[in-house]
Design a protein around this ligand. Sequence first.
Ligand code: PBG
Length: 323
Amino acid sequence: MYPIQRNRRLRSSESLRALFQEYSLSSNDFIVPLFVIDGKQQKEEISSMPGYYRMSTDLVSIHVKNLWSMGLKSVLLFVKVPDSLKDNEGTEALNPDGLMQRAIKTVKDSVPKMIVMTDVALDPYSSFGHDGIVKEGIILNDATVTLLSKMALSHAQAGADVIAPSDMMDGRVLKIRQLLEAESYTDIVIMSYSAKYASGFYGPFRDALDSTPSFGDKKTYQMDFRNRKEALIESKRDIEEGADILMVKPGLAYLDIINELREKVDAPIAAYQVSGEYAMLKAAAEKGWLDHDQIMMEQLFSFKRAGASLIATYFAEEAVKLI
Ligand code: PBG
């Protein structure tokens, strides 16, 4: 009771605040998303993600050495596929010489210890921009899941360490796990996007990969943002199916979900601070309305406080420079 207790005592100097800091951030906390394109010496800024680039594999090779020297230990790969290679079945996704497979090898050859995570979903390969095979306007579940498991295997064969299914089809973690086990890829980690919401925050990402759905939306497979219990059902099921890490996505608007999972499941949780979150801060900072670095750190710490062990973020490099 005041004045016996004064909460300001422990805040009264920089040193005291440092001693009683409950959470910290380090380079071990981050996953760096990378957008890969075909070609040589290609580096294109993504218009709705200022300061973030698509890069050809030769530049990715240099970039990941740089990231490694900063202490960053994991990258999450996405590829931009030319329209001419897209079809309804995402056939190109299984090409052993496809861009994703080459990108995995590039990272592993450049920095063998770098943890390579790959996004598994059909959308960048789909002529409809959907995460699954389309039949008469419906996104097929089971046919898609079979395909996704083959895609995951192909990534494992190319050298990926972590498979990250982001499609939200039912049963995909189980199918992927079964196929990986059957093919003796027993140590591949599955980081399931277990609570992935149908969100407007993915807009800039879809610009980056030219993967906006050509019809409808993703609400029949991604989760309804009006729901919370569903996140727990999805996540528990993914663990039963063989997931090692759960992911909540988007990040900031879903801190309650991260926190709820942290209390109710024991698996590590990753938060994905998505493209729209990055774009919002960049835009506000550009206008001089918000202090970029202060807000960036404040947001990153909120993920740690909520209970995330890992944060996939486009701010990883900038944050590590400030830590
Ligand atoms: C692919 C995928 C998406 C994102 C990650 N994986 C887009 C989507 O589901 O529409 C979004 C990431 C971001 O916005 O930063 N399924």
